[in-house]
Design a protein around this ligand. Sequence first.
Ligand SMILES: O=C(CO)[C@H](O)[C@H](O)COP(=O)(O)O
Ligand SMILES: [Fe+2]
Length: 231
Amino acid sequence: MKRETGLANVMRHAPLVAPSMLKCDFGNLHREVELLEAAGAQMLHLDVMDGHFVPNLSYGPMVIERLRSLTDLTFDAHLMISQPARYLDEYIEAGCDWITIHAEAEDDPLPLLQRIRDAGRLAGLAFNPGTPVADIEQALPACDLVLVMSVEPGFGGQAFNPIALEKVRQVRQLAGAEQIISIDGGIGPSTIADSATAGANVFVVGSAIFDEPDYGAAISDLSARAQGTVV
Ligand SMILES: O=C(CO)[C@H](O)[C@H](O)COP(=O)(O)O
Ligand SMILES: [Fe+2]
């Protein structure tokens, strides 16, 4: 199966639920990927943490490269790392399809976003709850994806910060209907519908999938809520 990295994939399937591999069983990654594929997941959100930009460590390009050999699902890499310019090529070579850097990690994200696009990947820019939309506005034309953090980055299982809803609304207004807007942190049955109404079309979900016994049921329920078919 050919991997789809283009915007068309999102628009065809929107809204998309992106399981966050921060909350999976790291001792059994192959099994987790199989379960997610069987559950109908179309992408994996890969949270890369360096213990410096955020106070937590997760995994890096070597683990992602091994995951790449296990699945054709779209890889949505969320780089919570300092100096992303220094490490970017490793994530490109590891097979990440969407690559998101943090606005707080780069004074001028434009050259990096361009490097990601030049590599044929989707270029994403993430920003924290404390960062105003005005700080990323200039970079919007260079972004295939804008990732609005609805928790402080670094850990799964945190409570959703509703400040993200207003930011999603602002980004949607500034960037238009075609923009991929992802929301990340504390997304679950009680927060996904409001996030969709605000204008998000990709929903990163860790706890609300991996804490559930049936990943397929969880993803179906969340997708239905995002589409407004469950109230
Ligand atoms: O980027 C992240 C944390 O920095 C994760 O993607 C996010 O927290 C997902 O986990 P949960 O749904 O449990 O909040
Ligand atoms: Fe994330």
